[in-house]
Write a protein that binds this ligand. Structure first.
Ligand SMILES: Nc1ncnc2c1ncn2[C@@H]1O[C@H](COP(=O)(O)OP(=O)(O)OP(=O)(O)O)[C@@H](O)[C@H]1O
Ligand SMILES: [Mg+2]
Length: 172
């Protein structure tokens, strides 16, 4: 999770590759009506977002039931959105890509092939509710190289890539 430009796609894909997990972009789960609305330049309301978030939650249930592991990129800026995604599961972890507006706006200015209207980042930061400790989040600073961010996440999750992403065993 994180605002636009925080690195969800870039870091998420690298993290999934490191763990040999699959990667999915949450945007792919938008119903056609939302895609049309966004293409026309209209902002989504929370009412528009619930079916989208529920579709991601359903995908999480499907993956878990099949015994699979995945990294899913989703901005999930509000606690209520994350509550739909996690829905009480203890095998879903939130990873928060944390960075300043200045750093992210510099990165967005350099991002190729991705138009970002001025003001959108501002509104993203206004909407952002950083996860609190009750969500047991992994919070990482994005003021680092992509590899260092991935290392940080893997370490905080206690996952060993050599073990195909299975939780690290304690060797007593
Ligand atoms: N740690 C980093 N160091 C340098 N550049 C980075 C880093 N992380 C991401 N970037 C660059 O910042 C830009 C934004 O990253 P990315 O597209 O992954 O963000 P995003 O969170 O997926 O955004 P969106 O919500 O708009 O899809 C990209 O050009 C990416 O290459
Ligand atoms: Mg992205």
């Amino acid at each position: 999770m994180g605002v636009s430009g925080s690195g969800k796609s870039t870091v998420g894909e690298k993290l999934a590759a490191r763990l040999s997990w699959s990667f999915e972009d949450g945007d792919r789960f938008h119903p056609a009506g939302n895609v049309a609305k966004m293409s026309a330049g209209h902002p989504l309301t929370d009412e528009d977002r619930w079916p989208w978030l529920q579709a991601i939650a359903d995908e999480i249930d499907r993956l878990c039931k099949a015994g699979q592991h995945a990294v899913i990129a989703c901005s999930a800026l509000k606690r209520a959105y994350r509550d739909v995604l996690v829905h009480g599961r203890n095998d879903v972890r939130i990873v928060f890509l944390n960075g300043t507006q200045q750093l992210i706006s510099d990165r967005l200015a350099r991002r190729k092939g991705h138009f970002m209207p001025a003001g959108l980042l501002d509104s993203q930061f206004k909407t952002l509710e950083p996860p609190d400790s009750s969500e047991n989040p992994v919070t990482v600073s994005i003021d680092a190289s992509i590899d260092a961010i991935v290392d940080d996440i893997v370490r905080q999750l206690g996952l060993d890539p050599a073990d195909n992403g299975a939780p690290r065993r304690n060797h007593a």
